[in-house]
Structure formats: C-alpha cells, structure tokens
Design a protein around this ligand. Structure first.
Ligand SMILES: Nc1ncnc2c1ncn2[C@@H]1O[C@H](COP(=O)(O)OP(=O)(O)OP(=O)(O)O)[C@@H](O)[C@H]1O
Ligand SMILES: [Mg+2]
Length: 402
C-alpha cells in the first residue's frame, strides 16, 4: 500500500517534471530565439533610422549648399547658352533646365577679379542665404576664368517690366498687390541686412533686381555681387561699389553725406517705392523744365499741399495706399543716412496706418547740390558708379533709427 502511494507520487512528480522540462525547452529553443531575433531586428531598425536621419541631414545640408557645375554642364543645361534672358552690369543671364526639371537662370560673370578660392568663399556665403523674398542661389561654376552663378528661375521676370510698362501690365497689379510687393521686398532686404548671420549690403536695389515668382511674390536678386569686384590693382586697395544712377545713395558718391551703411540700400528702396507709385523712372531727363521732371520732388509738394497724386482710376483706399508708399519712400530718400529709417522701421511703416506717418523733411539737396550730384553722375558713361574702398570700411548695419 505504501509502495503504491510512493509510486503515484513519483509518477505525479515525473509528470510535473516533464511539463517543466517541456516549458524550459520551449522557452530556450523557441521563445528565446524569437525574443533575441526581435531584439536584433529592432536594434537594426533603430540603427538604420539613425543612419537615415544622418543621411537626410547630410542631404539637406548638401541641398542647402550651392552645387558646383562644370562649364560643360552649364553648356548642357542651357542648351549652349541659347535663351538669353537679358544682360546686366555683371554679365549675361541665360535660361536653363536641370535634369530634375527645375528651371534655372545662369548668370555668366564677366571680368570678375576674384581668384577661384575667394570666389568659392563668397559663393558659399551667399549660398547659405535662404528667405522667401530672396532669390535662391542653386549653384555656381568656377573653371579657369569662367565664373557663373546659377539661380532659381523666376518665371515672371523683373519688376521693371510691370511698373514701367506702357501697356496694360501695370494695371494688372492692384494697389494692394503693389503694396504687398513693396512689403515683401522690404522683408528680403531686411533679411540681408540683419536676419541672416552675415550682414549683406546690396548696393543695387532697383526694380530690375526685384524678381517675381509664379505667384508674383517678390524676391531680391543679385545680392552680394558687389563683392565680386574688389581689387583694381595690388598697390591701392580700391573697391568697386556698384549702383545704378537714380537709385544710388548720396554717401556712395561723396563721403561728405555720411558713412556707407544699410541706409544706402534704404535710399535705393525709397527710390524704388516712388517709382512703383509714379509708374516711371523718377528722373525724366528730357523733361528737365517740367515741374514733374523729378517725381519725388513733385509728389512731395503735392502731398504737402494736400492735393491728390493725379493717379488715374483710383478709389479712395487706393489713393491712401499710393500716398503711404510715397511718404515712406520720401523718408527713405533723406539725404543724411541717419535721417532715413532702418528696414525694420520701413516694414513697420508699411504694415501700419497712414495716420501714424508724419511727413518727412524735404528730402532733396538745394538745387545747386542736386545739379552737382547730377554732374558727377553724368560724368560716368555707364549706369554704374565706382567708389573708393575707404568708404566701405565704415560699413555698418547699426545706424540709428529714425
Ligand atoms: N533668376 C532669374 N530668373 C528669371 N530672370 C532673371 C533671373 N535673373 C535675372 N533675370 C533676368 O535677366 C535679365 C538680366 O539680369 P541682370 O541681373 O544681369 O541685369 P540687371 O538686373 O538689369 O542689372 P544688374 O547687373 O545691375 O543686376 C533681367 O531682365 C532679369 O529679368
Ligand atoms: Mg540683376
């Protein structure tokens, strides 16, 4: 009897031992490998994700840096420089297309005095500039004496085509749109002055350098190009400050007017605003004797006398926008740089109400000063002006605000 009990206990013990053994074996040979496998898969995934992130980061970094093109690549993407978009002071611009399908504008620089290394340094600086109101530099070429800059293509061309157009193009811009373009342009210039980690003075703000994308969003073009023409010779450090007659600030012509600074671009922007309202170049030399010959002067007197601006078919609201643009423009073209607002202030003025704006002092030289400036300017056969390097040494983005 006792032996049977022991036998049963042993059998039960053996039964549980078998179950325990089976569980251990299953865990060891089935679950453990599965867990280890899952762990390894998970680990691999995490590593791959990290690598992907790094790749993505590097890719992004790369796509933020301008691509270097060989000259033959440029010939291929522009179909042997077939479609010329225009010609400016730096060289010719051609339309092209990358194999990704993106349209580009290739600016072939003529007579750049930079050596290859300096050129690439400068390009990498301006290539890091990214803003919705600034034209993006997508690449460059530096091969022997061939230098080129490759920009994103702006399908609606430059602002001058619209504001100086005799046809109906200008009327296609409502006054609200003109105001929006002015504000966008101000944002772009302000970004160049202070929004990015380097302070870039443009020196050539004018309607031709405000390009319009497919939604007519304005983008500032050709920033940083003044730097590409630094040395005239090895003995005297002479810089070429570029600018275009009619937009160039007085201090760029004579240092007696003040130091060159961001305010020099503010001056050009003011001229641009006034041209947007006037729909023509500010100075019409042929009409020297007419009171309207110099639009800023004419418009100043009209506003001071409380008269309208003789704009055709404008509503009261549109007239207010036009007057606001004029008053801001007149502030920007003050002779003394310190009297001009900073670009941030200009943006505030554009965004604010006309009721908050005061009329600036008359922003002109006495007639003798004006004539002497005109004489200096007309002495230069080209539309660009050259100035001595000593002026630039005082470049600063920190002039006092109005
Ligand atoms: N990224 C671009 N997309 C489309 N058109 C462009 C682009 N860049 C320049 N253009 C066009 O090419 C023409 C020549 O431009 P370019 O900048 O060489 O001359 P500019 O602006 O008249 O003078 P500057 O040399 O003083 O800038 C302009 O009519 C402009 O509309
Ligand atoms: Mg240009």
């Amino acid at each position: 009897m006792f032996g049977i009990e022991i036998y049963i206990i042993l059998r039960v013990f053996e039964f549980f031992f078998d179950i325990w053994l089976a569980v251990v074996l299953i865990c060891r040979f089935i679950f453990a490998p599965i867990v280890i496998l899952l762990y390894i898969i998970n680990k691999c995934r995490a590593t791959r994700k990290r690598v992907d992130n790094v790749e993505e980061f590097l890719h992004k970094q790369q796509s933020w840096m301008p691509k270097r093109f060989s000259y033959s690549e440029l010939m291929a993407v522009t179909n042997n420089f077939r479609d010329k978009l225009g010609q400016g002071g730096f060289g010719s611009v051609y339309e092209g297309q990358l194999h990704t399908g993106s349209l580009i504008a290739v600016k072939l620089l003529e007579n750049s005095k930079f050596n290859g290394e300096e050129f690439i340094n400068e390009v990498s600086t301006i290539g890091r500039i990214h803003h919705v109101n600034v034209v993006k530099l997508v690449g460059f070429c530096s091969e022997g004496s061939n230098r080129a800059l490759v920009y994103e293509f702006m399908p609606n061309g430059s602002l001058d085509r619209y504001i100086f157009s005799k046809e109906s193009k200008r009327q296609s811009f409502s006054w609200e749109k003109l105001h929006e373009i002015a504000l966008g342009t101000a944002h772009g210039i302000e970004y160049l002055h202070g929004g990015c980690d380097v302070c870039i003075l443009h020196f050539d703000i004018k309607p031709h350098n405000i390009l319009l994308d497919n939604h007519f969003v304005p983008k500032v073009a050709d920033f940083g190009l003044a730097k590409f023409y630094p040395k005239e010779n090895d003995f005297v450090s002479v810089s070429t400050i570029r600018g275009t007659i009619g937009y160039i600030a007085p201090e760029l012509i004579s240092r007696n007017f003040g130091a060159v600074s961001c305010k020099s671009d503010v001056y050009s922007f003011g001229m641009l605003l006034l041209e947007m309202v006037g729909g023509r170049r500010n100075s019409v030399m042929k009409a020297t004797h007419s009171s309207r010959a110099y639009f800023p002067s004419w418009v100043y007197d009209r506003i001071i006398e409380g008269e309208d601006l003789e704009l055709p078919n404008v509503s009261e609201t549109e007239d207010v926008i036009a007057k606001k643009l004029c008053i801001i423009g007149l502030w920007c073209i003050q002779v003394r740089p310190a009297d001009r607002p900073s670009m941030i202030k200009v943006m505030e003025m554009l965004e604010g109400s006309i009721d908050d704006l005061q009329m600036p002092p008359k922003p002109f030289f006495s007639s003798s000063q004006h004539n002497s400036i005109r004489e200096i300017q007309s002495d230069h056969s080209s539309t660009e002006l050259l100035e001595s390097d000593s002026i630039v040494e005082e470049n600063s983005c920190n002039d006092t605000d109005v």
